[in-house]
Design a protein around this ligand. Sequence first.
Ligand SMILES: Nc1ncnc2c1ncn2[C@@H]1O[C@H](COP(=O)(O)OP(=O)(O)O)[C@@H](O)[C@H]1O
Ligand SMILES: [Mg+2]
Length: 368
Amino acid sequence: MLHLVDSAASPAVSQTDEETHRLAHVRRYEILDTPPEVAFDRITAMAADLFDAPIAIISFLDRDRLWFKSHHGLDETEVRWGQGTALSTMQTMIRSEFGPGFFASAPLTTHGGHDLGTLCVIDHEPRQADEQQLRHLATLAALVVDRLELRLTARRAAARAEILASEIDHRAMNSLQLIASLLHLQSRAVQAPETSQQLTIAANRVLAVARVHRNFSADETAERVPILAYLRRLCGELADSLAIEIHVEGSESSVPTKQILAIGLVVNELTTNAKKHGAEPIKVTFKQGTPGHYELCVLDEGKGLPEGFTLDEEREGAGLGIKVVKALVAQLEGHLLATANPAGRGACFTVIFPYETVEADAIARLQG
Ligand SMILES: Nc1ncnc2c1ncn2[C@@H]1O[C@H](COP(=O)(O)OP(=O)(O)O)[C@@H](O)[C@H]1O
Ligand SMILES: [Mg+2]
């Protein structure tokens, strides 16, 4: 069993510039305290096998500890001590843990020449290692470093992609706001009140797209979005801009990001209608409905739908709102229902749409 190094007995070496520099390099790889990774575990397993030894460790030297990224044949995940110490001293310390046993190690030296830690093999029984084994151990250590460099490159690429995506989002948002402002200007410039009103409505729809987009691009770059949290943010903003109260209820689900724009725009149209034709309080609910389907409702407590109202009706002079909603619902491959609010007063618009088709197919395949 490995006894952790007694800090009192450890050599207290002051932190030199060189040590600070080396630590900065270890940190740069963002490897410390990360979960185990198969790639590294394979390398320690192979190193142990190479020497027919029970223990192999990939360790990184932190300021006050030696942290193990992979620890084949050993439960411990680190060795701590009081203060910073040179890598060579640390190796001596590890070796001293095992008395006259067997210890072979190869440094983890970066392409830039910085030592980050070691790949070592340990046995309680003394024995000799031959030249070839040591050469292979050095190659395995080089593979560990290659893996670290790849990891770093991938992380940087991901970070750059994220910055780029948010920059593009930002520009798209600014463009939408600009288009909305231009439409508002145009609405003020025309004489005919009807045309002016239509242009204002168009400007507001453009702003709605920006709002719907902004509320999920802010912090979710993932494939799926927690829908209730999203609807709460969106409706919070809608409530402010329409000067109404909107309650959001239901059960949380993660919905594919590509469906969010349609859902957000539907909510925008229906809550705008609920304010225009209905009355507060307005409620938006989202839940899992019939098996394989989501159910989104917008309810108000106004005067209710007009006599003989149907969604199919192509009435003369009817607004564009319901048409827009129907087009968005078709995009979700769902259907739209308009009923009286089951709570008693007002209207209820319900959108029922299936879980993303790809996902449903995958589930169907798994089931049978
Ligand atoms: N929440 C609601 N309460 C009562 N009637 C509604 C509600 N939402 C829509 N309607 C009815 O449906 C019609 C069509 O709505 P819409 O297409 O958005 O056009 P608009 O809002 O411009 O009138 C409305 O004119 C109204 O009669
Ligand atoms: Mg409308």
